[in-house]
Design a protein. Structure first.
Length: 356
């Protein structure tokens, strides 16, 4: 008599247990409370029939990805019931432009309440600038994972994030952070150059999930500085303002920011920067500003994400991150430094407030 056919759910669970136990079948069998040989047969069957739950996963993606993240957003703010409604139609013709600047949302670990509070407070701004690390890339990180975060959840949370910005501000500009590059680095690290090239042909020439998520949002624009034939996605200039996601960090307050300014000053002619007077730096997850030299202002724009699990392990270090954002105004591309303001969310609770 042939053995009973195992259900897709049984196979999927067996496969996941082996992955959780580092590929050791015996350890997974003990965790399941099943004899090793019996479990091994189930696992081998799972490998042969894995396509069955892959199909189910694709069919359920809307619920496990976009719709699940939409429910998280709805639960946090009590609104946003529909999918993306289209770009903000308001357009300013004034010479004076108001900017709202924030960075490091690390979707799906974003502080949803704070993002919605920015939208509520700054709905009259002309330009929103996202300073990189739009997506965390946790699912493809080479570092130790402390929880399971499906790539669908990361992508969907980021898509909703940019949808809310696109609906709320006439212009949304974004630069790239190191976390935005995790998917591409993972692909290039694992595949041959020819396989990478084949994928680039199939995907239209990029592995950028942020570009994919925003390609149907006409007022969302990826910006970067071009130098020596290369696009520096982590650096951009608008008027006399520099926006940077340089990968520099220090436990000394202001040290990373001063190093970024030093590098920009040393290389401004080499990379062709226009005269500038203010630099906005992300990546550090710090918030603050101070004058520098005779005519420069240096600003860290904070972050909009929850404290990551790895920052709370026994291997202590670094400084507490600061959640917040920055606003300023430009007149014909010249920053009015008297309008620069920083806003902190630390110590404030918006979990019961529904944005209007």
């Amino acid at each position: 008599m042939p053995p009973p056919r195992r259900t897709t759910e049984q196979l999927k669970r067996a496969f996941e247990l082996v992955e959780e136990h580092g590929g050791v079948v015996a350890d997974a069998a003990r965790a399941a409370g099943v004899p090793t040989e019996t479990f091994r047969h189930t696992y081998n069957d799972a490998k042969r029939r894995r396509h069955e739950w892959d199909i189910i996963s694709r069919e359920a993606r809307a619920e496990s990805g976009y719709e699940a993240e939409r429910k998280v957003w709805d639960a946090a703010i009590g609104k946003v019931k529909d999918r993306y409604k289209g770009p903000c139609a308001r357009e300013s013709s004034d010479e004076r432009k108001r900017f709202v600047v924030f960075g490091d949302p690390h979707c799906p670990f974003q502080e949803t309440e704070f993002i919605e509070e920015i939208i509520r407070r700054e709905k009259g701004a002309d330009v929103a600038v996202v300073m990189g690390d739009s997506i965390d890339g946790y699912s493809v990180s080479r570092y130790v994972a402390y929880e399971r975060v499906p790539i669908e959840s990361e992508y969907s949370a980021m898509e909703i994030f940019y949808g809310r910005l696109s609906e709320s501000f006439p212009r949304v500009k974004r630069i790239r952070g190191n976390h935005d590059d995790r998917v591409e680095k993972n692909i290039r690290d694992r595949l041959s150059m020819d396989a990478v090239q084949a994928l680039l042909i199939m995907t239209g020439g990029h592995f950028d999930l942020v570009t994919k998520a925003t390609m149907d949002m006409p007022n969302v624009e990826g910006i970067g500085h071009r130098a020596h034939g290369k696009q520096l996605g982590w650096l951009a200039q608008i008027g006399d303002a520099i926006f940077s996601h340089a990968e520099k960090f220090s436990i000394t307050p202001g040290a990373a920011l001063r190093k970024v300014e030093e590098w920009l000053s040393d290389n401004e002619r080499i990379i062709g920067l226009e005269p500038w007077s203010v630099v906005f730096q992300a990546h550090t997850h710090q918030l603050g500003m101070f004058p520098w030299h005779a005519s420069k202002w240096l600003i860290e724009v904070g972050c909009l994400c929850k404290t990551p699990g790895y920052a709370l392990t026994a291997r202590i270090g670094g400084r507490p991150q600061r959640r917040g954002y920055v606003t300023f105004e430009q007149v014909n591309g010249v920053t009015d430094t008297n309008t620069i303001r920083i806003y902190s969310f630390d110590g404030q609770d918006f979990t019961t407030r529904a944005s209007s």
